[in-house]
Design a protein around this ligand. Structure first.
Ligand SMILES: NC(=O)c1ccc[n+]([C@@H]2O[C@H](COP(=O)([O-])OP(=O)(O)OC[C@H]3O[C@@H](n4cnc5c(N)ncnc54)[C@H](O)[C@@H]3O)[C@@H](O)[C@H]2O)c1
Length: 267
């Protein structure tokens, strides 16, 4: 362990993976623990959180799981209470949960809209609300919200609810940075481009993976670990003067129209 997060207590929501492999929350929870944090791994699915905890414990890290559906305010409060009850304080809240939705404006239903916005955006409001008194009591802390480049740019396919939720996360990050800065609580956002996680693996053909690899400015595929390392920086005191920032992690695809505009798989 390199100790960049030594002494800190962190919550990671969506700390499991929705299939075999490593999702963004799982990679982040593992890296937080490797850097010395005690990590509460929250997930809607007990086995998924448990799998991440087992990997962390196998490396000697300190962790425990908590089953929560973050679209429910009561569960948001419960996971924060669990972290503080088990570890005595809270320093980092990593809001990672997100679900996809691929319907465009012609197809999106009221039910889908409400569900996606509740899971992706409302969840972050109420985890933060529960966490703020504890972060303030610790002398300050770091909140990291996982958005997406889909919140920053247009994709040809409709992802109306998903893209709106991800843009909303950027707005929420800005307003919370303003509200909470005086308490030394930093609020930042990570906007990944498509990285190869279980969430996207099921729908990507080998040709689409290769197209994405070549679409950015750096011709390498992204992984959940790329997102996790960005989170380690924002969680650590190395970023003590950074708040309200949107850290884009996308191999530069947002900067290019070369093949980026043609590449239609948002995430
Ligand atoms: N994979 C990508 O290419 C990509 C790109 C940009 C942004 N993101 C974002 O990264 C985040 C994680 O994505 P991933 O690809 O690792 O996903 P994933 O599906 O592998 O993991 C998500 C985890 O969240 C959990 N979860 C889902 N709904 C929940 C709920 N209501 N309450 C608690 N837990 C819940 C799932 O059980 C799962 O373990 C999401 O916010 C996603 O939008 C991913």
């Amino acid at each position: 362990m390199a100790g960049r997060l030594a002494g800190k207590v962190a919550i990671v929501t969506g700390a499991g993976s929705s299939g075999p492999g490593v999702g963004n929350g799982k990679a982040t929870a593992i890296l937080f623990a490797r850097e010395g944090a005690k990590v509460l791994c929250a997930d809607r699915v007990a086995d998924r959180a448990g799998e991440t905890c087992a990997l962390i414990r196998a490396e000697g890290g300190v962790t425990s799981s908590f089953v929560a559906d973050v679209s429910r305010r009561i569960d948001c409060a419960g996971l924060v209470s669990a972290a503080v009850g088990r570890y005595g304080r809270l320093d980092v809240l990593h809001n990672n949960v997100g679900i996809t939705s691929r319907s465009g404006i012609d197809e999106v239903t009221e039910e889908e809209w409400d569900h996606v916005l509740a899971v992706n955006l409302k969840s972050m409001v109420f985890t933060v609300q529960a966490a703020v008194p504890h972060l303030a009591a610790a002398g300050g802390g770091s909140i990291i919200n996982v958005s997406s480049i889909t919140g920053l740019r247009v994709y040809p396919q409709g992802h109306t609810a998903y893209a709106t939720s991800k843009a909303g996360i950027i707005g929420l990050t800005t307003t919370l940075a303003g509200e909470l800065g005086g308490k030394r609580i930093r609020v930042n956002c990570i906007a990944p481009g498509q990285v190869y996680t279980p969430m996207v693996a099921g729908r990507l053909t080998p040709e689409a993976r290769e197209q994405r690899r070549l679409a950015g400015l750096i011709p390498d595929e992204g992984t959940a670990w790329d997102v996790g390392w960005a989170a380690v920086y924002l969680a650590s005191d190395e970023s003590r003067w950074v708040t309200g920032h949107v850290l884009v992690v996308d191999a530069g695809i947002t900067l290019t129209t070369r093949s980026g505009a043609r590449f239609s798989d948002g995430t």
